[in-house]
Ligand binder design. Structure first.
Ligand code: G16
Length: 546
């Protein structure tokens, strides 16, 4: 049955430019009349070829997820989409959405999430559009969508009753077919095609003490399906497994601050052999081993170095990539093992061309993101599975054993990120400017026994499509020994967040297990001297250190 298409007049909003990963705003912003509609119609208007194709739709289950899905379904029907695949309950993790787009050859997908940001009526909401192939829209497309959103004067929708998202099956809305599917099944199958399930099952059903914390966000159902149903882990090993609209009032950012209880259990009390957590939309991961935290940069380097232990990479990897602020632990592995290493700007979208071209197989970021060429998003559960596969293959070795052997071979890159949150835009700009104006004078100068070899503003020329991204962060490099990086976050929803990244490499054996804070304190002082952090922010300390 054809549903009548209505054309609704609207006025543009001037703030729909995508950040590092889509459009993220307070829920109240998205609740304004026509706000979501304008953005979605701008995508339909800008990106050709939706008519008669498939779209993937879902989100991390946060507050406003259901309402937004109903709106997008009514608009998809009016814009000629033939089929929308929606996750049961409207829930699809970001990596699972990327997989579904690839598996069902969809023209693209809308992923509704503000990642790890808190949820609820006063929390954050977000939307991003992923293209055919599963990757995030590249900057050229997000710029075009933004330009369209600045001039939009109408959107299309059909009148529709509420679509039932809570039962599996097929419904129609005009000429649109809506399929509600259980995406955990597709995702578990994908994992089974990559990893040694028998070996991981043997590990998880032994006396190995394991826990995964879904933080009341999207990964709960996926983790239950994988670890408990497929791999035999005990049901209580998956914690906080029910996705809640407000994430249980928590902050589902898997790091030592927001997953402090788990960290205490594993690091301080040594009560588990291995534990992990994921974030709101399931793309981030934190890895913990008995007595220690695995920094995201180390995790990426260890997985790249041990990739051959994973069935999907048994022949080795062609290359790997990290974002510029991510520690150079990966580069040390690439240099020794002879694979290509790439340094890209912050934002997973910059990995996608390299993944599509087969130039890299694994990639990762300091912001707790790790992934591979199996999808075009970072994938929290993939990282957990990769570590479990590694530990199963190196049976008898603990996470600490694996890390110590790694550092002995490649050196250790001590690493910290200091976030200054809720600054004014001017405060953040003053810090950036203080450093920027010294860049040309820095090479050759010495600080705390370290000599500056390079000081610049990072730009990136994509080797696949030739596009150029400029202004991607300031970096002061002290050869292979250390680095200071400063940039402004592109994911916040209030004020400006400044990120300071500190990295120092040590390779003598006695220096491999020092407290990170101790190693990096001199470098932090150098950064303060160079950027005038205290002076320009008026803060004595960062808001958050990860
Ligand atoms: C997003 C991006 C990541 C980026 C992170 C932090 O992750 O996908 O590539 O590293 O934000 O970005 P920024 O430093 O600009 O705030 P997520 O997990 O928030 O979608």
């Amino acid at each position: 049955m054809t549903a009548a298409v209505r054309t609704i007049a609207t006025q543009p909003f001037d703030d729909q430019r995508a950040g590092t990963a889509g459009l993220r705003k307070k829920v109240q912003v998205f609740q304004q009349a026509n706000y979501l509609e304008n953005f979605v119609q701008s995508v339909f208007d800008t990106h050709p070829g939706f008519a008669g194709t498939t779209l993937v739709l879902g989100g991390d289950g946060r507050y406003h997820n259901d309402t937004a899905i109903q709106t997008i379904l009514a608009m998809a029907a009016a814009n000629g989409v033939a089929r929308v695949i929606v996750g049961l309950g409207g829930i699809v993790s970001t990596p699972a959405a990327s997989h579904l787009i690839r598996k069902y050859d969809a023209h693209g997908g809308f992923i509704l999430s503000a990642s790890h940001n808190p949820a609820g009526p006063r929390g954050d909401f977000g939307i991003k559009f992923n293209i055919r192939g599963g990757g995030q829209a590249a900057s050229a497309l997000t710029d075009a969508i933004y330009a369209r959103s600045c001039e939009i004067d109408r959107y299309r929708c059909v009148d529709a009753d509420t679509i039932d998202l809570h039962n599996l099956g097929t419904q129609t809305l005009g000429d649109l077919t809506i399929e509600v599917i259980d995406t955990t099944e597709d995702y578990a199958e994908l994992m089974e095609s990559l990893f040694d399930f028998d070996a991981i099952r043997a590990l998880l059903t032994s006396d190995f003490r394991f826990a995964f914390d879904a933080m009341h966000a999207v990964t709960g159902p996926y983790a239950k399906r994988l670890f408990v149903e497929r791999l035999g882990a005990s049901p209580d090993s998956v914690r906080n497994a029910v996705p809640l609209p407000d994430f249980g009032g928590g902050h589902p950012d898997p790091n030592l601050v927001y997953a402090a209880d788990l960290a205490d259990e594993v690091i301080t009390r040594g009560a588990l052999d291995f534990a992990a957590a994921s974030d709101g939309d399931g793309d981030r991961n934190m890895i913990l081993g008995r007595g220690l935290f695995v920094s995201p940069g180390d995790s990426l380097a260890v997985l790249a170095a041990n990739a051959r232990l994973i069935p999907a990479y048994r022949d080795g990897i062609a290359g790997a990539a990290r974002s510029m602020p991510t520690s150079r632990a990966l580069d040390a592995v690439a240099a020794q093992q002879g694979f290509e290493a790439f340094e890209t700007p912050t934002g997973w979208k910059f990995f996608c061309n390299l993944l599509d071209a087969g130039r890299i197989a694994v990639c990762g970021e300091e912001s707790f993101g790790t992934g591979s060429d199996h999808v075009r998003e970072k994938d929290g559960l993939w990282a957990v599975m990769a570590w479990l596969n590694l530990l199963a293959a190196r049976r008898g070795e603990s996470v600490a054993d694996v890390l110590q052997a790694h550092w002995k071979t490649f050196g250790r890159h001590y690493y910290e990120r200091h976030d200054y949150e809720d600054l004014s835009g001017e405060q953040a700009d003053r810090v950036m400017q203080a450093l920027r104006q010294q860049l040309t004078a820095l090479p050759g100068r010495q600080f705390e026994g370290l000599t500056v070899t390079v000081a610049d503003e990072f730009s990136y020329d994509d080797p696949i499509d030739g596009s150029r991204a400029e202004g991607q962060g300031l970096r002061v490099v002290f050869g292979d020994d250390a680095r200071i990086v400063v940039r402004k976050s592109g994911t916040g929803t209030s004020g400006a967040t400044l990120r300071l990244y500190l990295e120092e490499r040590r390779s003598d054996e006695w220096e491999l297990t020092l407290p990170t804070r101790e190693v990096l304190s001199a470098l932090a002082s150098v950064a303060d001297t160079l950027c005038g952090l205290r002076e320009h922010t008026g803060r004595d300390a960062p808001s958050l250190i990860t």
